[in-house]
Design a protein around this ligand. Structure first.
Ligand SMILES: NC(=O)c1ccc[n+]([C@@H]2O[C@H](COP(=O)([O-])OP(=O)(O)OC[C@H]3O[C@@H](n4cnc5c(N)ncnc54)[C@H](OP(=O)(O)O)[C@@H]3O)[C@@H](O)[C@H]2O)c1
Length: 304
């Protein structure tokens, strides 16, 4: 296969690039900065990568790179939990996703030959947050800011032409070295770990290896079409997550991080961590996808 990827330099995309190249596939890295991408994927280790500068404003300049591709994977977007949610930052979170997706759909539509499959990211924020409800793929969307972002993001992807198979993945909290949980490890190592906020919020997670396997399945399984929750079948609460992490690390997990500390840092964005949603991957399991790390302790043991 030849696969073009936006967000290839990110946490999820970089592992996808590694797995695709290890399996002998060709990869086109669509990036805002080729020099940064070349540093992330040095030529000595990744001799066959193609790097293409893309911007939503210059579709004509890079759309040719998609013509020879079998699949396109869309993982680009401004990080949601790194900066305070000012009005400008919220616009960036939304527009980075909408503009990229719209330009990919436009490029695929105008190209000489279309890729067979478009795998486009979304997030479990689609469902809003709740301590009591559980959400499957056909559940209604929420009504907060992230739900609105996901709705618009998915709506842009759905504009792809009917002869391109579309797979939308609503991604949960991705676990591996470098993700959300990795940020908690120093506190645990220092015997100062604990749940963030009340601990009652749901934590619907997926191991990064499983997420990449699911993207690979979406690229190759012609039966997969539509929307799939990219989460483990075993969501936990924040407290269950930190208790499991503490027991694996042989460290206590009783030092809670108060919600206001995170609110000071992220403002409204703290909601991403302080509130959650219980998401079940009904369609993903129905597709026959087999999780290698479906249990939290197995995932954490892999990299902690
Ligand atoms: N990680 C998670 O736990 C998680 C959970 C749910 C959903 N997701 C979604 O899955 C996708 C991949 O996640 P990730 O953790 O791999 O993300 P990431 O590490 O933050 O990487 C995202 C990539 O998007 C591009 N990007 C960053 N800011 C951008 C901006 N303002 N405008 C356009 N492009 C921008 C960058 O690529 P270049 O600089 O090379 O262009 C970056 O490498 C994201 O869309 C994210 O929302 C992730």
């Amino acid at each position: 296969m030849k696969v073009a990827i936006t967000g290839a330099t990110g946490f999820v995309g970089s592992r996808l690039v590694e797995r695709l190249t290890e399996a002998g596939h060709q990869v086109v890295v669509l990036t805002r900065s080729v020099s940064k991408a070349e540093r992330r994927f040095p030529q000595t280790q990744f001799p066959n990568l193609e790097f293409v500068t893309y911007s939503p404003a210059t579709v004509e300049e890079w759309q040719g790179a998609l013509s020879s591709c079998d699949g396109v994977v869309n993982l680009a977007g401004e990080p949601i939990a790194e900066k305070r949610w000012s009005v400008d930052q919220k616009n960036e979170i939304l527009n980075s996703r909408i503009d990229t997706t719209r330009s990919l759909v436009q490029a695929m539509g105008q190209g000489e030959s279309k890729p067979q499959v478009f795998v486009s990211g979304s997030a479990i924020g689609y469902y809003g947050t709740s301590e009591t409800a559980s959400f499957e793929e056909n559940s209604n969307p929420g009504d907060d800011f992230l739900a609105e972002v996901c709705k618009q993001w998915e709506a842009e992807a759905k504009k792809v032409s009917d002869d391109v198979r579309l797979v939308i993945l609503r991604i949960g909290i991705v676990l591996d070295n470098g993700g959300a949980v990795a940020k908690m490890l120093p506190a645990f190592r220092a015997f100062a770990g604990g749940p963030i906020g009340s601990g009652k919020q749901w934590f619907s997670w997926i191991d990064r290896e499983d997420l990449v396997s699911l993207i690979l399945k979406a690229l190759t399984d012609g039966q997969m079409r539509g929307t799939f929750n990219a989460t483990s079948p075993n969501p936990v609460t924040m407290k269950q997550m930190t208790d499991t992490l503490g027991s694996i690390m042989s460290r206590p997990a009783w030092m809670p991080v108060p919600g206001f500390a995170l609110e000071l840092l992220l403002g409204e964005g703290a909601k991403v961590v302080l509130e959650g949603q219980k998401v079940l991957p009904k369609q993903t399991q129905a597709s026959g996808f087999e999780y290698q790390y479906g249990e939290l302790k197995d995932s954490l043991k892999r990299f902690v």
